[in-house]
Design a protein around this ligand. Sequence first.
Ligand code: NAD
Length: 266
Amino acid sequence: MSDDDVLTFDESARELRGKKGVVLGIANRQSIAYGCAAAFRFLGAELALSYLNDRARPFVEPIADELDAAIFMPVDVSKDGELEAIFETAAETWGGIDFALHSIAFAPREDLHGRLVDSSAAGFAEAMDISCHSFVRMARCAEPLMGKGGTLFAMSYYGAEKVVSHYNLMGPVKAALECCVRYLAHELGPKGIRVHAISPGPIRTRAASGINEFEELLSVAETRAPRHQLVSIKDVGVATAALATQAANLITGNTIYIDGGYHIMG
Ligand code: NAD
């Protein structure tokens, strides 16, 4: 910079007009992925949305209509080819994409509710495959479609970093997810692809209802977080969408807490 250089900023620092993205993991209007999809759309992006299966479709279809989703397809990451198919359709429809968000988690009930020490090999492997490795597979699908760079998002939780009672085997699974985010950020950074783990505070959703004593977790979060406020899917959505803009051009590989500051407390 010389004394004569005046800084100018591009609209792409605050909007996603003309950008295209894939959002996986909307189950209903409580879903974190819905908050994110609505915020991406608010900033002008065009969306490809998924639903898990025929049973889930009636809950997600009105959301796809509301957000004018250009693509609406079933994606069960445990079924061969479904994850790949939505990215193939995105390639055919748009030629490329600018962001992709993974907001998917699953663990068999018995394993989720038991101690980690008692978890079954099969249950642990299934939780890992659906909640973590499918993010790696998503990155693999997205990479060739992000010729101009892009942003990948995964949803994590504080239980990845510190022990949270009743989070059980999901703790190590989310820790692996956050580590994958760092390695993917390293591998894909040279191509202009940024990778983020978003770590929201506890929110009442369908997935959260599977965690024992979840109401207690909410109450502790509200009491202890410096902002003394529970996080909403809207809070998570707008912050996540901002990270997909050029404003976040050189931010990558982090776990971004959207938790009212809860994680700084000792
Ligand atoms: P949710 O129930 O709305 O979303 C979970 C999604 O995972 C659902 O859409 C479900 O269909 C999908 N899913 C499960 N198995 C799948 C499979 N085999 N293939 C494809 N999709 C599958 O709940 P949520 O709380 O919005 O969860 C979204 C993400 O946010 C999860 O990764 C969760 O761990 C994470 N998270 C949630 C909280 C919270 O307190 N709710 C906090 C931090 C992180």
